[in-house]
Design a binder for this molecule. Structure first.
Ligand code: ARG
Length: 475
């Protein structure tokens, strides 16, 4: 009979035992569950609710169980339903009556909320660390890019030239925002639900501040109903994961394109490529594709939890047991993707001459030619039309606008003078974009300094996080 079996005459049907169990998922939260129980027992003793001897026996018993799970020696039984029951029933088997006093003034409802919040904090911290490693690698790649330029694109068509460093730093900003989103999710999880008991609080004189301190929570949740039914912190974490996964996926897509024969902008290291079982020449960007592919899973995890929560009345409902699998999956999937992306970016080879070679296609200087006319008094709209005709002429001749003879420019407008060649020079075009946030060398250097400052701020925030209970590896 289950630990709650007192008012039942029969066991649950075999089939429902497995259906109702969350043990296959929540067993990975054993360290959080044990930390929660130790904190609860210490507080019960401090408040005179259980004896000091009982507390000592509980603590020693829990530490023994933890060591066994860490070592892979613990045999889990699906009949225990979840990690809370598995550990409590084993504790009572080991230490007897003291174990049976542990659940005083507690419910699995505040217990699972505690475990899940502790796990969310641990995963959020891991994600912040992995995010920071990727950002450092991207910044290193941007620094290494030097003066390299490539065709900036809109609609995947050549648009205007940009520095490769500038392009990479766009990703650094995206991932910096992701760090902040995960940090916010960490803060959302960083509150103690313990002491809410089943839903209404308890008649025991519990010290909720004491368990908060012991578990590293920065505050106590003020409403017991909210404490057991709030899963916003998981939504926050999964949303942060989903957005970061989208950013990884966009970068992965560029890597797939850039490493193709058509682009040839980068070569992935062998360590981050795969071959074909039939085509001997192939070197495929499988891992970039897989990062792109895994994004669908992470997005699905978020949508699943939103949907699971939407119709639930207060307070705890068993539906909420479905909260952990997706959240763990999202975080673990993203952690793996971040690690692989960091390795891929850190080891690729950039083919700068190839980037330079394709700059002569797609009339990348066209906007600057129109600007040349506008700066000499022609209304921009008119200048746009004049240059459009020049582009058409170049297209018909099968050349780039920069390759047209000076006579062609003269014929198009008398405002063109021989110095138009400067406006057509790709490095000149890049150097002219000095706007704050633009692609000129000094603008990119200023941006790089800001990005590095952001890395330092993130590192400081990481160091200042409240303590976490790291995920166990034994279950
Ligand atoms: N296994 C449950 C979960 O994951 C724990 C809480 C169950 N509480 C209850 N009264 N059924 O959410």
């Amino acid at each position: 009979m289950a630990l709650w079996g007192g008012r039942f005459e029969e066991n649950v049907a075999e089939a429902t035992q497995e259906f109702g169990a969350s043990l296959p998922v929540d067993r990975t939260l054993y360290k959080q569950d044990i930390a929660g129980s130790k904190a609860h027992a210490a507080m019960l003793a401090a408040q005179g609710i259980i004896s000091a001897d009982d507390e000592q026996a509980i603590r020693a018993g829990l530490e023994g169980i933890e060591a066994d799970i860490d070592a892979g020696r613990f045999v889990f039984d699906i009949n225990d339903e979840d990690i809370h029951m598995a550990i409590e029933s084993e504790l009572t088997r080991r230490i007897g009556e003291a174990g049976a006093r542990l659940h005083t003034g507690r419910s699995r409802n505040d217990q699972v909320a505690t475990d899940t919040r502790l796990a969310a904090k641990a995963l959020a911290r891991d994600l912040m660390e992995a995010n920071l490693r990727l950002r450092r690698t991207i910044v290193d790649a941007a620094r290494a890019a030097g003066d390299t330029v490539l065709p900036g694109m809109t609609h995947l068509q050549h648009a205007q030239p940009v520095r490769f460093a500038h392009h990479l730093l766009a990703y650094a900003w995206m991932f910096a925002r992701d760090f902040d989103r995960v940090h916010a999710a960490f803060d959302a999880a960083d509150a103690n639900p313990l002491g809410a008991a089943a839903l209404a609080g308890t008649s025991y004189p519990l010290d909720r501040q004491m368990t908060a301190r012991a578990l590293g929570f920065s505050r106590v949740i003020e409403n017991s109903l909210d404490a057991v039914s709030d899963r916003d912190f998981l939504l926050d974490l999964e949303y942060a994961c989903a957005v970061m996964a989208v950013h990884l996926s966009r970068l992965a897509e560029e890597i797939v394109l850039w490493s193709s024969q058509e682009f040839g902008f980068i070569t992935l290291s062998d360590a981050f490529s795969t071959g074909s079982s039939i085509m001997p020449q192939k070197k495929n960007p499988d891992f970039a594709e897989l990062i792109r592919g895994k994004t669908g899973r992470v997005e699905g995890d978020l949508v699943q939890l939103l949907t699971t929560l939407k119709g639930l009345p207060l307070a705890y409902n068993k539906d909420m047991q479905e909260d952990k699998e997706g959240a763990l999956d999202a975080a673990h999937t993203l952690l793996a993707s971040l690690g692989v992306m960091t390795g891929m970016v850190g080891t690729w080879t950039v083919n700068a001459p190839r980037m330079r070679e394709v700059m002569h296609r797609g009339h990348l200087a066209a906007t600057d030619v129109a600007d040349y006319l506008a700066k000499r008094g022609m209304p921009f709209r008119e200048a746009h039309a004049v240059v459009g005709r020049l582009v058409l002429e170049a297209e018909k001749a099968g050349v780039d606008i920069a390759e047209l003879p000076f006579e062609a420019f003269q014929a198009a407008s008398e405002l063109f003078e021989p110095d138009i060649t400067a406006a057509l020079d790709i490095d000149g075009v890049v150097a002219a974009r000095t706007t704050q946030g633009g692609t000129a060398p000094e603008a990119v250097a200023a941006q790089l300094a800001l990005v590095e400052q952001g890395l330092q701020e993130s590192a400081d925030q990481l160091a200042a996080l409240s303590p976490v209970v790291a995920m166990g590896q034994g279950a």
